[in-house]
Design a protein around this ligand. Sequence first.
Ligand SMILES: Cc1cc2nc3c(=O)[nH]c(=O)nc-3n(C[C@H](O)[C@H](O)[C@H](O)COP(=O)(O)OP(=O)(O)OC[C@H]3O[C@@H](n4cnc5c(N)ncnc54)[C@H](O)[C@@H]3O)c2cc1C
Length: 499
Amino acid sequence: MNQAGRQKIVAEVIVAGAGAAGLYAALTAAREGARTLLVSQAPLASTASYWAQGGIAAALGADDSVEQHQADTLAAGRQAARVSAVRVLVHESPSAVRDLISLGVDFDRDADGTLARGLEGGHSMRRVVHAGGSATGRRITRELSALAAEHPLITVIEQASARSLTIENGRCTGVMVSVAGTDAVTLTARATILATGGYAALWARSTNPPAAVGSGLTMAHAAGAELADLEFLQFHPTALLSETRNQGFLITEAIRGEGATLIDQHGERFVEELAPRDEVAAAVERRRNGEDGRPGGPVFLDMRKIDRAMFPNVFDKIEQAGIDPRREPVPVAPAAHYGMGGIVTDLNARSKVPGLLAVGECACTGLHGANRLASNSLAECLVFGRRAAIAALAEPAPAHEGQKTGETRPAMPTEPDPDPAATRDLLWRCGGIERDAAGLTELAASANPLVRMIAAGALARRETRGAHQRKDFPELDHELDFQHFVTGAEGELKRVRWE
Ligand SMILES: Cc1cc2nc3c(=O)[nH]c(=O)nc-3n(C[C@H](O)[C@H](O)[C@H](O)COP(=O)(O)OP(=O)(O)OC[C@H]3O[C@@H](n4cnc5c(N)ncnc54)[C@H](O)[C@@H]3O)c2cc1C
């Protein structure tokens, strides 16, 4: 822990956020010889990366190919994924996994010693490498975090919340952080990489850690960066429903990959379990609400035939809620899970603001389009985390005090949300799995600026595509194929196609 007090700290690279994206970006920068500050608000165990279960998608099998991984990613993205970003991901994900192995991550292996590969929704074959069964995120982040803590070029500043970015002559020169609730400390560097995670915890039922409320997005927008694709929020079909403990706990899709089925109160299957998430989540919600022509009622995941030893931590969590998944079907419902939208970046993680980069779930390269393919996000954290660090080092060195030509100003995000609980309920009700103009108009009056931008994007997209399902526009509009709604620095919304 750095006892920085009020001082100003200078480094070459600042990384805000210590999930998979931030840890890997920081390690890459340090391995390139750069003095790096890694700022982390919450303990490791409270990051989405730590909670990741299924694994990392990478075309590593002899029967697989990057072309097939690309085709599956594009199909899931529903003609909205940016092809160039997908290409980068599928080509670089295998080497990222190999790098993790060289760093000490122990991926699960089959009896013959080859990497074990799980099957998840939307993948045309087994492609998801995992560690410790469903403890993949925990295994990876523990390893990376230990390496970051030991690295002589990395200074970890814990319990530090990034509050605002500092801007000089239009260039990001660093970030102001509050350490353990004290006054702000100014960190200065040639580049600042935001890796602050997503915004799915803004919804009432969410699989995410509570802090995933898009603070990085709000900060970056206040500093002049663009945000895009905010209307695309993925709902995971199988979050645990429990009145006692672990409400919203995610039950990994890999369990459906091993044969678990979704059934209704009559024990009948009603959906193809391994269809892409948007389809499965919508089918579960319709079944629950009786919107598919039959009376509504609870939905269950029947995992009675699943081997407990394959997913011990999932079984543990369900059992803690008083349910025995070996004997009874598990009550489930969709929950907000992953924000495809974020801070607009190029393929090297650079935002529109010079010196400011973004990576991981807070970023939007356009990779996921309207629907993220399962297990592509940890891959994204690694692939674009590495690219972010390399691009950061190509930024010009910060000006010394005597050389400064302009005023340095903190770009303060707008007013804080006065009632986060009300916002969560509002988003669930008006910006949930199915939306319409009336609800979204109500959402657009939210006190939370990020929620207003989500509503604006969702109102503008007058169609149903992937995770964005409009009751009043139930068809896909091909005019909007590969079009992204981008919120500019002044809040203006524009339609953009990225090459
Ligand atoms: C339950 C669950 C299971 C999942 N399973 C998988 C899976 O199997 N495979 C897959 O590919 N994806 C999975 N995902 C998605 C994936 O885990 C996330 O998209 C990914 O881990 C995001 O990583 P990140 O580094 O961008 O953000 P996070 O891991 O969320 O890390 C964000 C970091 O930023 C910090 N932070 C936030 N705000 C601030 C601030 N203002 N100042 C300083 N620090 C800040 C946080 O403390 C944290 O350290 C899962 C997600 C969940 C929730």
